[in-house]
Ligand binder design. Structure first.
Ligand SMILES: [Mg+2]
Length: 184
């Protein structure tokens, strides 16, 4: 099967990454698990808008936030296991300035993929199974890909959706894929 895999919030720990850099830059102590809502990250910071947040996240003279993100527990191991029987298709939305850091990050972390889409139109990429954490992407994919299976990576910033499977961990996602493959 073609497995469409999101990166941030699914494979890469975006919130831990930006909060760690923010605490270093501004001598603050925001907990790395402080994010519990989808919108309004800047409300945890001194930035007055997401526009200001993203300008900082771009990094200036440094690499962007996206270059150094750590991976979630079991993510890479699970992708390697899945890649033996399935095709891993990375489908991620990023700012334009993060494209090269994203390819570098995929390489650094030896993500087992030969197909990468950097797009806001995730449902425009065909797949049998989609794994994402973003509420609006999950809804759009579910509605536009009725023949596909959509899986929510359960995070504090998303909630159950009708017609969408839930995975609470990478091992649980692997089991979901196994059962879907067996039922085909
Ligand atoms: Mg995401």
């Amino acid at each position: 099967m073609r497995l469409a895999i999101d990166l941030d919030g699914v494979v890469a720990d975006f919130h831990k990454g930006w909060i760690t850099r923010y605490n270093d830059d501004f001598n603050t102590t925001i907990p790395v698990d402080a994010v519990t809502v989808w919108d309004g990250l800047h409300l945890l910071t001194h930035f007055e808008s997401m526009r200001e947040f993203w300008r900082w996240a771009e990094g200036g003279d440094r690499s962007s936030i996206f270059r150094g993100l750590t991976t979630y527990a079991d993510a890479v191991e699970s992708l390697n296991a899945l890649s033996r029987d399935h095709k891993i298709v990375i489908v991620t939305q990023k700012p334009r300035w993060a494209v090269h850091d994203t390819f570098a990050w995929l390489s650094d972390n030896r993500i087992p993929t030969t197909e990468v889409h950097i797009t806001h139109d995730k449902a425009g990429v065909s797949a049998d199974v989609y794994l994402d954490d973003a509420p609006h992407h999950l809804v759009a994919i579910r509605d536009r890909r009725p023949d596909a299976h959509v899986v929510r990576m359960v995070r504090p910033w998303n909630a159950p959706l009708a017609g969408v499977h839930d995975a609470h961990s990478w091992p649980e996602f692997v089991e979901i894929v196994k059962s879907l493959a067996a039922a085909r």
